[in-house]
Design a protein around this ligand. Structure first.
Ligand code: HXC
Length: 317
């Protein structure tokens, strides 16, 4: 469904900021990543979004294209980030049809709530594969194009003047905050996101000399996302919002604005960083899992599986 501009981007940014730029995004049909791409498209970019579900990916791509008349947005479904060859094929198509890749958002992720007792070896591996291997595969398939774009858009090292062609050669990994402390029922994703963070830092160091920047956006609880639906039982939402430092949860616009900041000239000297966009949520000691029907540690000790969230496992482990 087409969104009003104020829903996915603030009015701080200049129209045409990303004219002639191309963004490649995995997990691009999801709520957060599609908003990030929509913001870039609104500001002039063309885009290629990747997902597993063909119908959903293609229809979200069409929808994102409504953000700007004349925008080209390709949705490539049936691409699992765990399969490098499929991803490489999508990258090749993106470059063939849109002319290159200037920005990458590695956003594909998988999650559900399960204690270590309830987490099979394959369940743990699945999330590691989607998040860590998926991010690595995305990097490997796109880095030649990011290097090329970075060369074209370098800040002049003597004058420090930005390139007249704008920016390019930048990657953002979408991570999380739950591994900064530790969260029950989230071992798999905590380990995976710690790996994603380490990957981003290494990219910043190894490809910085070629002009590529690499950063992490770590969203907090964002309204109407599958991530939150999978983590927070619906009845606990009101209490949870009240517990947040800013008295609200985040919006997709909060994440899009952070993305534009990192990809435009405002982010030219920002690399190897994590931009936490969570209204100071993770600094609070209370977590959703310590409230209401999932009180810590009683719920863990009960051996019960989590109920009333999206993505529950039907069968017993
Ligand atoms: C325990 C579970 C489970 C659950 C699946 N498994 N769901 N175990 N509790 N709720 C187990 C399965 O039993 C199986 O193990 C293994 O995981 C693989 O499951 P599959 O269904 O075969 O995998 P697949 O089809 O690849 O699906 C991947 C998935 C799924 C991660 C399990 O949930 C998914 O596709 N998610 C994508 C969408 C998503 O998660 N969005 C939220 C992203 S938000 P066995 O042993 O039975 O073979 C996000 C943010 C994180 O990531 C941070 C937030 C703060």
């Amino acid at each position: 469904m087409p969104l009003a501009k104020e829903e996915y981007i603030s009015d701080a940014w200049k129209e045409g900021l990303f004219n002639n730029k191309v963004v490649f995004c995995t997990g691009g049909a999801g709520t957060i990543c599609s908003a990030q791409v929509r913001a870039l498209v609104h500001l002039g970019a063309n885009a290629c979004i990747i997902g597993r579900n063909v119908e959903k990916t293609e229809s979200v791509a069409k929808d994102i294209a409504t953000a700007r008349p004349g925008a080209k947005v390709i949705g490539i479904g049936a691409v699992d980030v765990r399969k490098f060859e499929a991803l490489q094929g999508a990258v090749d198509r993106c470059v063939r049809e849109l002319g290159g890749i200037d920005f990458v958002i590695a956003g594909a992720a998988g999650n559900f709530l399960a204690s270590i007792n309830q987490l099979s070896v394959n369940a743990f591996k699945t999330v590691m594969d989607i998040d860590v291997m998926g991010s690595y595969n995305t990097l490997k398939a796109t880095i030649p194009h990011l290097k090329e774009s970075a060369q074209k858009h370098r800040v002049d090292s003597a004058s420090l003047k930005p390139s007249p062609l704008g920016t390019g050669g930048r990657i953002i990994f979408v991570s999380a905050t739950l591994h900064y402390r530790a969260a029950p029922f989230q071992t798999h994703v905590s380990v995976a996101k710690a790996g994603v963070d380490a990957l981003s830092h290494s990219v910043a160091i190894e490809f910085g000399p070629l002009g590529v920047t690499s950063n992490i956006i770590a969203p907090g609880p964002i309204a109407s996302t599958e991530g939150l639906d999978r983590l927070l039982p619906a009845p606990a939402m009101r209490e949870y919002i009240k517990s947040q430092p800013l008295g609200r949860i985040g919006s997709i616009r909060d994440i899009s604005d952070a993305t534009v900041y990192l990809f435009s000239n405002t982010g030219s000297y920002v690399s190897g960083q994590t931009l936490v966009v969570d209204g100071a949520s993770w600094r609070m000691s209370s977590q959703n899992t310590s409230s209401g029907q999932m009180g810590y540690p009683d719920f863990l000790l009960s051996g019960e599986a989590v109920q009333h969230v999206k993505g529950q496992k039907k069968s017993k482990i």
